[in-house]
Design a protein around this ligand. Structure first.
Ligand code: SF4
Length: 469
């Protein structure tokens, strides 16, 4: 992902996305539907605000006591027969997965949707070793067939219409064209069913890990994660270290929050609580369960108390649905596994301060993300903190630093400010179109600004004698 990730990449992909009306229509339709469903279930849930407060408090408590919860989780998970492994970064995590897959003697693994695996580029790493990682979530399967990364945290193929998907299945699977959702789903189901039986290893993410029992919880709507975690003889669960909760009571709270925020459901269709591998008296389940606990920069985030709250994120995707920037540029423009507002906060941590410095600017700071976030993460404040660091550490491009200095110089001097205003108003007609908008040349050709008002506020104030007696 790193080669895709740079300020230049974002600018060029965003410029391509902006005039793409079909893309914008698809994103708008999908996000509007998600927001409406969420509003309905949240509106019918009077405890919502108090649940948000409680959820945030639980997350803060866990983060403050992370090492003891981690030790408890590990102890219980081992007692349940699971193997717990730790990975400092994506490279280590991929190497651990690779070792397990190779020692299982298989070349096919099935995956259920896991943002953590996207974060570390697991499928590509397996592919480089000749191991086929088949995505079994319908959205993930679609983007894998298309050779694209997911464009949304919870709805990976939301940028595609059903006609796009019909054409994709026609081209890649050699099937007659259909854009009927039932037909398309049946096709994917029949292709994937065989893969579940062939695979020697199933890989899943983890929505929540329970410290008091060593159990992991996987939430989904299609049943594919349950099959990927029970049919193959080996199950690998990838868990970010921040996914821990104290106990089952807290899990109930978070299941309420996640389903409502992510998909507008009261509860997701499948909630699997996995305590360990198959026991001697059980019929199904894997023979072995590996839980890989991933750091990958999370302890750096934890160490910076200003940003620690971002570790409370439950990856519901609601902040993407409501973000005016995400909704026009789409997820692929970000070039990161996590797009949208949450991705913009995480980018400098996951991609480095130099490569990740541009995404905190991909925000209008309207505050909609903070309002909708179920765990009350103040995303705009975190974006401003990143921006402040970029300026202090002089990472911003030279031209931007020059322009901001020039702006500061002008606005600090009233006479110079007034003179600049006069000059702007004098020359604005030369660049104003028939709608009275300033034509600003950009690559996307979509940016216009209102021309400066004919009179300044001070002139109107003086003329109308406001404030005089
Ligand atoms: S930041 Fe909040 S709204 Fe965005 S994905 Fe995380 S939990 Fe959901």
């Amino acid at each position: 992902m790193k080669e895709l990730f740079s300020p230049r990449w974002f600018k060029s992909r965003a410029s391509e996305s902006l005039p793409d009306e079909a893309l914008r229509r698809n994103i708008e339709r999908a996000t509007e539907t998600a927001l409406k469903k969420r509003a309905d279930v949240v509106g019918a849930f009077p405890e919502w605000e108090s649940y948000r407060t409680a959820a945030r408090a639980v997350k803060e408590h866990v983060l403050e006591n992370l090492s003891s919860y981690l030790a408890s989780f590990e102890e219980h998970a081992r007692a349940n027969g699971s193997t717990v492994l730790y990975a400092r970064d994506g490279v280590e995590a991929c190497a651990l997965v690779m070792d397990i897959v190779l020692s299982a003697g298989t070349r096919t693994v099935v995956k259920s949707k896991s943002m953590t695996s996207e974060e570390i580029g697991l499928s590509a790493a397996l592919g480089r070793s000749g191991i086929q990682a088949v995505e079994t979530d319908l959205g993930e399967y679609i983007v894998q067939l298309a050779g694209e990364p997911p464009s949304h945290i919870t709805a990976p193929a939301l940028h595609k219409s059903r006609r796009d998907i019909g054409r994709l299945f026609e081209q890649k699977l050699g099937l007659p064209y259909s854009d009927e959702p039932e037909t398309l789903t049946a096709v994917a189901r029949s292709v994937l069913r065989d893969r579940f039986f062939e695979a020697g290893v199933g890989i899943s993410g983890v929505n929540f890990g329970l410290a008091d029992s060593g159990a992991i919880c996987v939430v989904e709507n299609e049943g594919n994660a349950r099959m990927a975690t029970t049919l193959p003889p080996v199950h690998i669960a990838l868990m970010g270290v921040e996914k821990l909760l104290p106990d089952m009571r807290c899990l109930a709270l978070f299941l309420d929050m996640l389903a409502r925020s992510a998909t507008g459901q009261r509860l997701s269709s499948y909630t699997s609580i996995i305590r360990g591998p198959k026991r001697a008296d059980e019929w199904d389940g894997p023979d072995v369960l590996y839980i890989i606990i991933l750091d990958n920069g999370r302890t750096d985030i934890f160490a910076d108390s200003r940003f620690r709250s971002v570790l409370s994120c439950i990856r519901c995707g609601a902040c993407l649905n409501v973000c005016p920037v995400y909704r026009v540029v789409g997820g692929h423009a970000y070039g990161s596994a996590y797009p949208g507002p949450i991705g913009a906060v995480l980018a400098p941590f996951f991609h480095g301060k130099e490569d990740g410095r541009h995404l905190p600017y991909a925000s209008s700071l309207c505050g909609a993300c903070a309002e909708i976030c179920p765990v009350r993460i103040d995303i705009p404040r975190l974006l401003l903190l990143h921006r402040g660091e970029t300026v202090r550490e002089r990472r911003a491009p030279l031209i931007e630093r020059f322009l901001m200095k020039a702006y500061a110089c002008v606005v600090k001097r009233p006479a110079l400010y007034a003179l600049t205003g006069h000059l702007l108003r004098a020359f604005a007609p030369l660049a104003t179109d028939e709608h009275g908008l300033l034509r600003i040349p950009t690559r996307a050709k979509t940016r216009t600004f209102p021309a400066p008002a004919e009179k300044t506020f001070r002139e109107i104030w003086k003329e109308e004698g406001i404030g005089s007696t």
